[in-house]
Design a protein. Structure first.
Length: 262
């Protein structure tokens, strides 16, 4: 094939690609910025098409303050449709699903920021909730004998992981700081706190450790400073009554100036 034919083929390819790009752009509708961040960057963007003079939203994108994409998806008759993608600020995919024929989405996949999968497209979704800006706030999955609910910060970092049976908290419940470290660990039995409870500082060290029985504190509860040294303890009876108060080193006085002994 001579150079003239190659040039002609190349030109045709460019024209086809350009036409496809134009068509793709047009199918997305006209871009309208709905809200901005204080730094001037767009936050929420709609893509609009007119039908007989009536505006219809056909797509939507939400951005982080630094300009990176947070989520994107399409609309049909004001309902989410097709595949939607949600992103962490570093660009990793947080979640994806298909809203075709489903208001709550089908084939959900949800990942931690390190790409560890916590929801697969084979899991049965019971409920999905969103923040006011449309970002995914929580998702509840149905398993054979229990349900698992994951809730998220606005950054899509994991906020809570809770276990249910029959819509009642049962089993382990975890909460997290936005940096990924565990905030607290506790357990529920028929909706009441039961068994061990641990609260952590954001640096990962233990702050409080104790046990619950049917929502009552029981036994020894220990308190710690950030450096790991003891910060006192409390002792509770089996009925939740306090047997020994924690000595915090803070002294209390009555109106006459006499020290109140606790």
């Amino acid at each position: 094939m001579n150079n003239k034919n190659l040039t002609a083929l190349f030109s045709k390819a460019i024209i086809i690609i350009f036409a496809l790009l134009i068509n793709s752009s047009c199918s997305s509708g006209t871009k309208e910025v709905i809200s901005y961040y204080e730094n001037g960057n767009p936050k929420l963007v709609y893509y609009i098409k007119k039908d007989n003079g009536v505006k219809n939203k056909v797509a939507e994108k939400l951005y982080y303050e630094n300009g990176k994409l947070k989520y994107e998806g399409k609309f049909e008759q004001n309902e989410r449709t097709g595949k939607w993608f949600y992103y962490f600020e570093n660009g990793n995919i947080f979640a994806q699903c298909d809203y075709t024929n489903s208001k709550s989405g089908n084939n959900w996949e949800v990942n931690k920021i390190d790409k560890t999968k916590i929801v697969t497209n084979k899991d049965k979704v019971k409920e999905v909730t969103y923040y006011p800006d449309g970002a995914l706030a929580a998702i509840k999955i149905i398993y054979d004998k229990y349900e698992k609910e994951y809730s998220f910060f606005q950054s899509f970092q994991l906020l809570e992981e809770r276990t249910y049976k029959g819509n009642i908290l049962n089993g382990q419940s975890l909460s997290f700081y936005e940096n990924g470290k565990i905030n607290s660990t506790n357990y529920f039995k028929d909706g009441m706190q039961d068994s061990i409870y641990v609260l952590y500082y954001e640096n990962g060290s233990t702050q409080i450790k104790g046990n619950f029985k049917m929502d009552n504190k029981i036994g020894k509860w220990e308190f710690f400073k950030k450096d790991g040294t003891s910060d006192g303890e409390e002792i509770y009876g089996e009925d939740g009554s306090i047997l020994k108060s924690r000595n915090t080193g803070i002294k209390l006085y009555d109106k006459e100036g006499n020290e109140i002994k606790i």
